[in-house]
Design a protein around this ligand. Structure first.
Ligand SMILES: C[S@@+](CC[C@H](N)C(=O)[O-])C[C@H]1O[C@@H](n2cnc3c(N)ncnc32)[C@H](O)[C@@H]1O
Length: 234
């Protein structure tokens, strides 16, 4: 952060002055240094695109490192993820969760589901990660975990987040974490004329407010990747 202190004319320092902008160089440094991505995970993403045409919309290596930090912080073992894609984040979380972990991840696209299954097997994590091929909007209606969940990671259809939160909150244990990606609506959160999904920006802003209003959670937001919302169940 730049030093804005002056000995001559005292000036009020704004919040913006106290926030160091994430320059491309700083971001490159962080992504290289604080990353959960190894050569296997980077191949999962590259090959998913080149071989199968699966979009590279997984979390970043730094986000993976952050998720692993959260998993370890609360010793999360029973984790639910909505939105598997190629299995990148599920593998990342499973590696941090260690012994006796169960990561249940839901994916509606058959191609993504099959690719993820293969890569999870190659990662040697088939005993820890269960992939379900279903539309989570329907699946969630009948879902009842055998044990309360330690952590929920929402990373699928953003317009479904509120429905997922309502349905899944009763299944999250006290002290458990609810984590949601794309809190910045792909960068268009505050755009008055969003080029992409105008409805998404509006609904994501509304979602922030609804989440902050939930008595069950203490919520914060972190500017990592496309923004992550973190809610701790009281
Ligand atoms: C952003 S990607 C998930 C990335 C993954 N979490 C990672 O970081 O490796 C979103 C995935 O959610 C899936 N998806 C979207 N809507 C869904 C729904 N209603 N039910 C289940 N999966 C859905 C998409 O097919 C896509 O594979």
């Amino acid at each position: 952060m730049k030093n804005n202190c002056s000995t001559s004319t005292p000036q009020l320092i704004t919040v913006r002055d106290r926030q160091t902008p994430l320059t491309p160089e700083l971001l490159d440094y962080i992504e290289e240094t604080f990353t959960a991505e190894d050569s296997f995970l980077s191949d999962v993403v590259d090959a998913s695109w080149y071989m199968e045409g699966i979009p590279q919309i997984n979390i970043t290596g730094w986000q993976g490192n952050f998720l692993q930090f959260l998993v370890k912080s609360i010793n999360a073992k029973n984790i639910l993820e909505i939105g598997t894609l190629a299995g990148y984040s599920a593998i990342t979380m499973a590696r941090a969760a260690g012994d006796n972990a169960h990561i249940l991840t839901i994916e509606k696209e058959r191609l993504h589901y099959k690719y993820a299954l293969e890569r999870i097997a190659q990662a040697g994590l088939s005993d820890k990660i269960e992939v379900v091929n279903a539309n989570a909007r329907e699946w969630v209606k009948n879902y009842k975990p055998l044990q309360p969940l330690d952590m929920i990671f929402l990373d699928a259809d953003k317009s479904g987040y509120w429905q997922y939160v309502q349905r899944l909150t009763p299944h999250l244990r006290s002290g458990g974490l609810l984590i949601m990606d794309n809190a910045f609506a792909f960068g268009f959160l505050l755009d008055t004329a969003p080029e992409r999904s105008p409805e998404l920006a509006k609904s994501m802003l509304g979602f922030h407010k609804k989440l902050l209003g939930m008595a069950e959670y203490f919520t914060t937001i972190v500017p990592i990747g496309d923004g992550m919302l973190l809610s701790r169940k009281t």
